[in-house]
Design a protein around this ligand. Sequence first.
Ligand SMILES: [Zn+2]
Length: 277
Amino acid sequence: MNDVLFLIGFVGLGLLLGSFTTALAYRAPRLIPWAFGHRREDASQGVNISAYRSICPNCQTVLQPRDLVPLFSWIYQRGRCRHCHAPISFLYPLIEACVLLCVLIAAVILGWQLKLAFVIAAVPFLVALLFIDAQHMILPDSLMLPLAMLGAGYQFALQAQAGLQPGPMLMNLLIAPVFYAGSIWLLSAFMTKMLKRDALGFGDVKFFAIAGLWLGLSNFALFCLLSGILGVAQGILWNISGRGRAFPFGPALIVALYVLLLLPVAACGICDWFLLE
Ligand SMILES: [Zn+2]
């Protein structure tokens, strides 16, 4: 009985966060603030949106609560808006299904622990960034910043649990992201010289810093290895599908970070490193 309640609870949470993620994935690349409603000047920029509420991009009708679970409403309305019958992208139910799956996998693998709360809170930002980078080849700061703050919060919580003093805690918090981003920036500069074209975007370098916050120093090699393998696989698929030579590296980085967060190795890299001393 407890297992059934556990499952129902996390399915509900997954659908709720999935709906939130579709709003993130629509708003962030269009520079519409996602967190605190909309400023007045947005209207003058041609973004006509009522504060706080999601709208149909075609007819501007404010969506009702029953429209806000894309997985169900999209299937029920056969991929069309309830009001103007304009077709709605299949990406919205796909995004929601991805979030639901990521939340359920995390809940089953991690079980009740502090890490689960942080990983689930990160899922909407990870999935939104993945779809945005694949579509627009950008990793918007408005979604990277909350992901970084969650990572820092996660490290703080773990290190406080381990009884570390604020001084070493702050050191730990800074070393890993600087090391991750610095290494990849050097590699990217070297590859750009060798290949004579831009190897990595600055967004990717920033994402490495965020991965450093979440994973700690000791998982650096593992993160590089996994994201490298995924990146090559993704590059081949990208090429086969005829989308050109330049491809976004973000999706490979995002999947690698999520997978490593589910493994026990990625508990708290820097923390146990320091405790050994
Ligand atoms: Zn509409």
